[in-house]
Design a protein around this ligand. Structure first.
Ligand SMILES: [Zn+2]
Ligand SMILES: [Zn+2]
Length: 225
């Protein structure tokens, strides 16, 4: 993928921002919205080493939640292949957050580009930077790399950096694994309920634990008896 470290960082910030909203909406964690108040906004800004964090105000929390919802809608549009819609919304968001490119070096980091003035509201600066990540992704012709996790218990967005864009889960160790376990269990139960079993599925189900399903049972199931 033709994106540099700065673009990938902006994308990581964008995905993380969107996911703070998805987590609180989907009830995926017991915690309330991470961006419920200024302290949460500060923690987020610190995590991504946003410039001039001390300028934070109480209004940044609701503003950032509003901009986050709009970025989420843009992620959804990218995922659905509705690129024109995503571009329109991104341009509106960039204009509204007063995006003007400038080169900066702060927090001991090498020179990089910011698209907002250091005096713009913190929420706007975070959202503008996140929006630029998506903008660069679209310009690179890679907008299909933002996706939503395929696990039914998970709604998190992720960036698929795999060569053939084959990644399906936000985290293969947790969500991917949970799916594999569920699929294994459903294959196992399919093997003992003949009604739902077709022969090829039954033969794939054969490796199920021998203690619970004997090969004879599997072949009976396959034959629908
Ligand atoms: Zn910076
Ligand atoms: Zn997931």
């Amino acid at each position: 993928m033709g994106l540099g470290a700065d673009q990938l960082e902006a994308l990581a910030e964008c995905i993380d921002l969107v996911n703070t909203g998805r987590r609180s909406l989907a009830g995926l964690s017991d915690e309330a919205d991470e961006l419920a108040d200024v302290r949460g906004v500060m923690a987020f800004a610190r995590r991504f080493r946003v410039e001039n964090r001390s300028a934070v105000r109480a209004t940044d929390a609701p503003r950032l939640r509003e901009l986050r919802a709009r970025l989420d809608a843009i992620v959804v549009a990218c995922e659905a292949g509705r690129e024109e819609r995503a571009i329109r919304a991104l341009n509106t968001l960039l204009a509204e957050t007063g995006a003007v490119p400038r080169i900066v070096a702060h927090d001991g980091r090498p020179p990089h580009i910011h698209v907002s003035s250091a005096t713009a509201p913190l929420a706007d600066r975070i959202a503008a930077h996140s929006a630029m990540g998506l903008a660069e992704l679209i310009v690179a012709g890679e907008s299909s790399r933002v996706r939503t996790c395929a696990s039914p218990q998970c709604d998190l967005a992720f960036l698929d950096l795999s060569r053939n864009q084959s990644r399906r889960y936000c985290d293969s160790r947790t969500c991917g694994n949970r799916i594999h376990v569920a699929a294994y269990r459903s294959r196992q139960s399919a093997a003992v309920s003949p009604v739902e079993v077709s022969p090829p599925a039954a033969s794939r189900a054969a490796p199920a634990s021998p203690a619970e399903v004997s090969p004879a049972e599997v072949s009976r199931a396959a034959l629908g008896r």
